[in-house]
Design a protein around this ligand. Structure first.
Ligand code: SIN
Length: 492
């Protein structure tokens, strides 16, 4: 059924020019597609985008800088109306966008549809929030003065986004930036540029003036070097690996740009013996296997209290063996491929290391007979702190289970990492819920919940997982500067 729909959708996409092979700079689609885009499920080349470099990145920044003054001068309501229009276009093109997303990223089309809704929710939210950026009236420090603090748009924003959420990670940055009055140059991941360009096509139709939104594709190093060094860029917003985040931070430090980072995680998922075990298993499935474990907030380490350890493994393994691996457009598919051979090699290396140090594979543990980058969803028992997967994000469908005896040990193990993005735990004891929530060193904590993402809440990490927040009213403040003004000569 989905295959038929897919054929029809591809036709619709080309009719409506949503499937792009050009980058979007200064209000026009430009360049020649010479960098291939591949479907990770079939290995087929499904499109191509320009392999741009430093010159085009500089042009994009100049275009964004030229558009900034007029865009920042629009009233919040005018910006809100443009965002609302974009939101409506994204919602009405939802099926086409999901089809593009699945074809370049691999996730099941049902999940891709969910991601488009999630992506649209940021546009809708920030269309509303554009009208609510307020400053402060500060008490005077002497007679005859009045003090205020204004929130003004920070300026040109450079954004670099990942392949795991090709739509939502883009709107989560572009929408608040535009709402605040900033203009933007965005570089999508080379694996998934088509969703980004389809969103740009819709932004163009929504009527954003030329130069306000720019999407550049191509050489990550060359483009990244311009985005982090050009004097007109005032904020670099990046979602991706901690390693690249650190590099961008170093590069941006030369011109003292603000850097907003959403980096890798190593999420613990703790199951206490007072938890509802079935609910914990369902939460574990959502947290671990969404997008084949390729999310920064997905559970990376399962800590289960000794008395419920075996029962949890049994229930989890049963649910994992029910997962259906396949092409994202095939009916019933719950798990698509991993994004690349490199990703599958990392999963295999983590598993081999764990098994060599005493872990046992309970379910899965190997490449799927479909070949390519399909991998069997996996549960392993006997995980321990000396294994690579205890310290590094596997970013794949592997659930390693560690046994613990008491709350203190579980918290210590959960916090024993440089990462601090998301953590999860299941318990029915209210005192424990507050105690553990307060002690976990993470930016986000899911309690009796395996999914926490929403446009309404601040998403972000601490420690080496990041330094900013996206979503909610906190997210828009990242794109503003606070200006203090003291006005003298006020007579009584
Ligand atoms: C991520 O992988 O960082 C994004 C996950 C989400 O927003 O739910």
């Amino acid at each position: 059924m989905y295959l038929l729909k897919w054929t029809r959708t591809v036709r619709q996409i080309s009719d409506t020019r949503l499937l792009k092979s050009q980058a979007y700079l200064n209000g026009s689609f430009v360049g020649v597609g010479n960098a291939p885009v591949t479907n990770p499920s079939t290995g087929e080349v499904i499109g191509s985008v320009p392999d741009f470099g430093a010159d085009e990145a500089t042009e994009a920044v100049e275009a964004a800088a030229a558009a900034f003054e007029a865009w920042a001068a629009q009233t919040p309501k005018q910006r809100s109306i443009a965002l609302r229009h974009w939101f409506e276009l994204v919602v009405s093109a939802k099926e086409d966008l999901a089809a593009i997303l699945t074809s370049e990223q691999g996730k099941p089309v049902s999940e891709a549809l969910g991601e488009i809704d999630y992506a649209a929710s940021y546009i809708e939210y920030y269309a509303e929030e554009a009208k609510r950026i307020s400053g402060e009236v500060i008490p005077p420090h002497r007679h005859g003065v009045r003090n205020i603090a204004l929130r003004q748009p920070i300026g040109v924003v450079a954004a670099i986004t990942p392949w795991n959420f090709p739509a939502a990670m883009i709107t989560r940055k572009i929408a608040p930036a535009l709402a605040a009055g900033c203009t933007i140059v965005l570089k999508p991941a080379p694996e998934t540029p088509l969703t980004a360009l389809a969103l740009a096509e819709l932004a163009g139709r929504a009527g954003f003036p030329a130069g306000v939104v720019n999407i550049i594709t191509g050489d990550a190093r060359a483009i990244g070097a311009v985005l982090t060094s050009h004097p007109k860029v005032r904020l670099v917003s990046f979602t991706g690996s901690t390693e690249v985040g650190k590099l961008l931070m170093r590069q941006a430090s030369h011109s003292v740009k603000k850097v907003a980072l959403e980096l890798g995680g190593n999420a613990p998922f703790i199951v206490f013996d007072d938890a509802d075990l079935d609910a914990a298993v369902e939460g574990a499935m959502l947290s671990k296997f969404r997008n084949m474990g390729q999310t920064c907030i997905c559970a990376n380490r399962f800590y289960v209290q000794a008395s419920v350890h075996d029962a949890f493994i049994e229930k989890l393994s049963r649910r994992v063996s029910e997962l259906q691996i396949g092409d994202g457009f095939a009916e019933g598919t719950t798990q698509g491929p991993l994004i690349s051979e490199e990703a599958i090699l990392k999963v295999e290396a983590h598993l081999a290391d764990a098994v060599s140090k005493g872990a046992s594979v309970v379910v899965g543990g190997k490449r799927h007979p479909m070949g390519g980058t399909f991998f069997e969803p996996t549960v392993i028992s006997g995980a321990s702190s000396d294994m690579i997967l205890a310290r590094q994000e596997t970013f794949g469908p592997v659930a390693p289970v560690f046994r613990f005896e008491n709350e203190k040990d579980a918290i210590a193990a959960a916090n024993d990492t440089e990462s601090g993005l998301a953590a999860y735990f299941y318990s029915s004891d209210l005192s424990r819920i507050f105690r553990v929530m307060e002690k976990l060193e993470y930016g986000m904590v899911g309690i009796n919940a395996g999914l926490l993402s929403t446009e309404l809440a601040p998403f972000g990490g601490i420690k080496e997982s990041g330094n900013s927040r996206e979503g909610s009213h906190h997210g828009i403040l990242e794109f503003t500067e606070l200006k203090y003004a003291s006005i003298g000569g006020i007579t009584a």
